[in-house]
Design a protein around this ligand. Structure first.
Ligand SMILES: Cc1cc2nc3c(=O)[nH]c(=O)nc-3n(C[C@H](O)[C@H](O)[C@H](O)COP(=O)(O)OP(=O)(O)OC[C@H]3O[C@@H](n4cnc5c(N)ncnc54)[C@H](O)[C@@H]3O)c2cc1C
Length: 385
C-alpha cells in the first residue's frame, strides 16, 4: 500500500491545474450559455481532460479511475464548472455507454463525448420515484425501427448544456426492477421536451423532462430491461466522480479560510494564532484527508474488480457528504461576515456540496445500503403488501 501519488498521477494533476489556470478559467465568463459551455468542453478535450478513464480506442485517455478522480478534484477546486464537465465526460452517463453499448453506440456517443462535441445527462428521478428509483413509470416500447417513450423525469442536471439524456425507463409491465433498461434520447427527438429549469440552492438549473410518444431510433436502446443492477454498478463510478467534486470544493474552501486566518488580525494577532481557529483548521484537514482516503480506496478497489464496490462507494459518500458540508461551514465561520457574503465563493461552495447529501442516492439511502452489507441482509425498503 502506497499513499503517495505516482509520477503519472502527480503529472496529470499538475497539468490539469496549469491548464485550468492558464486556459480554462479565462473562458468561464463566456460559459453561461450553451455555446460557451460547448467551447469550454472542446478546449478541455484538446487539453486531454475529457474521457479520462475511458478507453483510448474510444477517444479517452485510458487512465485508471483513481487518476480520473484526482484530476476531477483538481479541476473542481479550480472552478465547479470545470469539475462538472470533466466528471460528466468520464465518470458520467457516458460511462454506461462505454461499458454496455454496442460498437455503433460507442462510436456515436462515447467518441464525440471524449472530443467535447456532445454532453450526456442522466435521467433517473421521477415525481413518484426519488429514493425509490425502481418505482419509475417512464415506459419504453419498441415499434418497428423505433422505441417510443412516455412519461417524465425531474431534477435532471445540465440538460440545457447537453445534447442527450440517458433515460432509465421501463421496457416491461411487471412493475419490477427487471423491467428497467435505458435509452439514449437526443434532445431534439420528436415528443421530447423539457422545462425551463428550476434554480437550486447553488444557482444551478434542474430540469423536468417530458416524453410524449417520444420517438427515438431503436439503435439508441442501451439496455432493454433486466439491467437496473448493471446500470447502478456503473453509476457507482459516477457517484465517486461527484464525491471527488465535493472534496475539491471543500479543499478550495479550506485553503481560502487558511489563507484568510493567516492574514486577518483581531486583538492585534492573526486569527491563526487563536487555538479555537487552529482546532477548526485541524478538524477540517482531518476530514478532508479521511474523505479522500475513503474515496481513493473505493477507486483503487475498482482496478481489481472492474467497477467500484457498492459498499465502499456508499461509505465514501456518507463520510464525504457530511465532511464537505462541515468543512465549508467552518470555512465560512473562520472568514466571519466576509465568508457569509457572496463576494467570496464560500457560500456557493457550501451550497454546491450541500446537494451531495441528496443527489446520487441520499445519505440515508447509502446508510441503509451500508447497514444491509454489515448485517448481510437485503437493504430493500419496500413495504411488503
Ligand atoms: C443537485 C442535484 C442534482 C440532481 N441531478 C439529478 C440528475 O441529473 N438526474 C436525476 O435523475 N436526478 C437528479 N437529482 C435527483 C436526486 O437523485 C433525487 O433528489 C434523490 O434521489 C432523492 O429523491 P427525492 O428528492 O425525491 O427525495 P425523497 O426520496 O422523497 O426523500 C426525501 C427524504 O426522505 C428520506 N428517505 C427516503 N426513503 C428513505 C428510507 N428508505 N430510509 C430513510 N430515509 C429515507 C431521504 O433520504 C430524504 O431525506 C438531483 C438532485 C440534486 C439535489
Amino acid at each position: 500500500m502506497d499513499f503517495d501519488l505516482n509520477e503519472r498521477q502527480a503529472e496529470l494533476v499538475r497539468a490539469a491545474e496549469e491548464v485550468a489556470e492558464r486556459k480554462l478559467i479565462p473562458m468561464l465568463d463566456a460559459a453561461d450559455t450553451p455555446e460557451g459551455v460547448n467551447g469550454l468542453r472542446r478546449t478541455m478535450a484538446e487539453q486531454g481532460l475529457l474521457g479520462l478513464n475511458l478507453p483510448e480506442e474510444l477517444g479517452g485517455m485510458g487512465v485508471p479511475l483513481l487518476d480520473t478522480l484526482l484530476v476531477t478534484r483538481a479541476l473542481q477546486k479550480a472552478a465547479p464548472l470545470l469539475g462538472g464537465i470533466a466528471h460528466r465526460s468520464s465518470t458520467g452517463a457516458v460511462g454506461a455507454v462505454a461499458e454496455y453499448g454496442t460498437q455503433a453506440q460507442k462510436e456515436a456517443f462515447v467518441i464525440p463525448s471524449c472530443k467535447g462535441e456532445i454532453g450526456i445527462s442522466i435521467g433517473i428521478t421521477e415525481p413518484d420515484a426519488g429514493s425509490a428509483a425502481t418505482a419509475m413509470k417512464t415506459s419504453a416500447k419498441v415499434e418497428g425501427d423505433e422505441v417510443v417513450l412516455n412519461g417524465s423525469k425531474q431534477f435532471v442536471s445540465f440538460v440545457n448544456n447537453n445534447h442527450y439524456t440517458l433515460v432509465y425507463c421501463r421496457f416491461g409491465t411487471t412493475g419490477r426492477p427487471g423491467d428497467i433498461g435505458a435509452v439514449i434520447v437526443p434532445h431534439d427527438a420528436p415528443g421530447f421536451s423539457h422545462s425551463e429549469g428550476t434554480l437550486n440552492m447553488a444557482d444551478e438549473l434542474l430540469f423536468e423532462l417530458y416524453f410524449d410518444e417520444c420517438r427515438v431510433p431503436k439503435e439508441n436502446v442501451l439496455v432493454d430491461g433486466g439491467a437496473f443492477g448493471k446500470l447502478i454498478s456503473v453509476y457507482n463510478a459516477e457517484r465517486l466522480g461527484s464525491i471527488s467534486r465535493m472534496i475539491g470544493s471543500a479543499e478550495a474552501a479550506y485553503e481560502m479560510a487558511l489563507g484568510y486566518a493567516k492574514e486577518r488580525k483581531q486583538f492585534n494577532r492573526e486569527l491563526a494564532d487563536f487555538q479555537g481557529i487552529q482546532w477548526m483548521l485541524a478538524d477540517m484537514r482531518v476530514k478532508l484527508d479521511a474523505a479522500a482516503l475513503l474515496t481513493w480506496r473505493a477507486a483503487a478497489t475498482a482496478v481489481k474488480t472492474g467497477l467500484p464496490s457498492p459498499t465502499e462507494t456508499s461509505i465514501a459518500k456518507v463520510f464525504t457528504a457530511k465532511a464537505a458540508k462541515e468543512v465549508c461551514d467552518d470555512a465560512i465561520q473562520i472568514m466571519g461576515a466576509n465568508g457569509y457574503t457572496k463576494e467570496y465563493p464560500l457560500v456557493h461552495r457550501y451550497a454546491e456540496v450541500r446537494g451531495g447529501s441528496i443527489y446520487g442516492g441520499t445519505m440515508q439511502i447509502h446508510k441503509n445500503m451500508i447497514a444491509g452489507a454489515i448485517l448481510e441482509r437485503s437493504s430493500s425498503q419496500w413495504k411488503r403488501s
